[in-house]
Design a protein around this ligand. Sequence first.
Ligand SMILES: *Cc1c(COP(=O)(O)O)cnc(C)c1O
Length: 378
Amino acid sequence: MRFEKRILLSTPTMHGEEMQYVKEAFDKNWVAPLGFNCDGFENEMAAYLEKNSDNTYHCLALSAGTAALHLAIKLAGVKSGDIVFCSDTTFAATVNPVSYEGAKQVFVDSEFDSWNMDPVALEKAFRKYPDTKVVVLAHLYGSPAKMDEILNICEKHNAVIVEDAAEALSATYKGRQCGTLGNYNVVSFNGNKIITTSGGGMLITADKAVRDKALFLATQAREPAPWYQHEEIGYNYRMSNVVAGIGRGQLIHLEEHRALKEKVYRKYEQGLAGLPLTMNPYLKDTKPNFWLSCVLIDKDCAVKPMDIINKLNDANVEARPIWKPMHMQPVFNKNDFICVGETSVGEEIFKRGLCLPSDIKMTEQEQDIIINIIKSMF
Ligand SMILES: *Cc1c(COP(=O)(O)O)cnc(C)c1O
């Protein structure tokens, strides 16, 4: 059995409203960076995040989630030579901006309950590096991290959180939206995320002054003077008015995408029940967005992730390994890594886990076939 058309992990799903906003930008001849779609997208995102919340949020639309992370790191006060605690099992984009600022990542191991940063390991990291002031934390695959514990630890140590919610938009922790849980929060609209603008990201903050400063830095750090006056190094990180139109159209469908992602997850959960594997877990009191459905194969099982990935690939289906932990990456081989036990949890999840195709346009029949292929391997 081989699918004629490749089934991919997660691809953009457009609806029609996106094109209307883009068309409006063209009709008004407003395709330059900035403009009404950027304002609209930011305001509509803030309104979305403010639903069921008493807080007010300020959003800044940017060219990428990575750009938003870079500004977040800067605004959090990271300076050259600083230590910054970072999630270990994540995409490199979470932690690279720390290097842009000349600071050093210390990676903090994961736990098995949500696959995110382990608060116990974070405590241990603070014992070793008590002066650390910034923690960069990602919610893996749309499952929220142990935020109360982590927020408590950070408060105790006077540290701030840069929340990388690139994969977690629309997920909630105890009713609070991911993307609003840290001091500086970031989401991504990259092509494979739960909603997409083709490429883009957003910085989210409850502090308007932070948004103002981020806007200043994202637009080349021009001082308010009649001539070009610069007192700081700036960046060209703004989202274009065309791209923001796609985002406005997508945002309308965010909850619908979340529901479809959950449907995919539940079907795997049911279809793969009884096999020596478990789905990517999530904490009680959290509502993941189920961005990617993943499995962790039991410890002593002979079947390895790459066996399943290769077998699915033979059927023209894309599956992928779990993010390879940062402490295992050659580029970070000089960085410290804090883990609680003898062995790394993240390393174990990497060795036994994989991401399954989680595209919301995948049909039930297609998913049934994928489930059967996986079943046939055990
Ligand atoms: C996608 C992603 C990013 C980067 O976002 P871009 O918009 O692609 O720059 C950062 N962190 C995580 C965890 C991601 O999955």
